[in-house]
Design a protein around this ligand. Structure first.
Ligand code: RTP
Ligand code: MG
Length: 141
């Protein structure tokens, strides 16, 4: 298995629930290491640019509104198969369809406020990590 990096965001709903620690703990227990992290309150421009692939979708405006509604924690996770592993830990986009024990099943209420983001491919991981972090903000360990 290849060592990968992936971009994770703890979204405003999960930050508001004081669940930052519990969510990061799940990553660590699954063998993923946090190699970069920061808390940000995204601007509309930052959130819209991050989700640019969804610009034409009907939910785009709500998505940007939600992602700018409060602070988020962005992290780079590193480990074997990190991209797929993180997506497995997160569960399905719609928390009502997320498998029991996944982050979205346990912390998310709705498809709009669904607790976490994770890169969905090596190409998006590369773009998304670079979107939030410069090379000198990532600490391999
Ligand atoms: P994310 O990008 O946030 O990790 O979520 P995802 O890959 O599981 O889902 P994606 O298709 O990339 O959608 C991004 C976010 O847009 C919202 N969404 N709403 N109302 C809807 O049908 C709908 N579909 C997607 C979700 O909040 C999703 O996380
Ligand atoms: Mg996505």
């Amino acid at each position: 298995m290849a060592t990968e990096r992936t971009l994770s965001i703890i979204k405003p709903d999960a930050v508001a629930k004081n669940a930052i620690g519990e969510i990061i703990s799940r990553f660590e227990k699954a063998g993923l290491k946090v190699v970069a992290a920061k808390m940000l309150h995204l601007s509309e421009e930052q959130a819209g640019g991050f989700y640019a692939e969804h610009k034409e979708r009907p939910f785009f405006k709500d998505l940007v509104g939600f992602m700018t509604s409060g602070p988020v924690v962005v992290q780079v996770l590193e480990g074997d198969d990190a991209i797929a592993k993180n997506r497995d830990l997160m569960g399905a986009t719609n928390p009502k369809e997320a498998a029991p024990g996944t982050i979205r099943a346990d912390f998310a209420e709705t498809i709009d406020a669904n607790a976490v983001h994770g890169s969905d491919s090596p190409a998006s991981a590369e773009r998304e990590v670079a979107y939030f972090f410069s090379a000198d903000e990532i600490c391999p360990r």
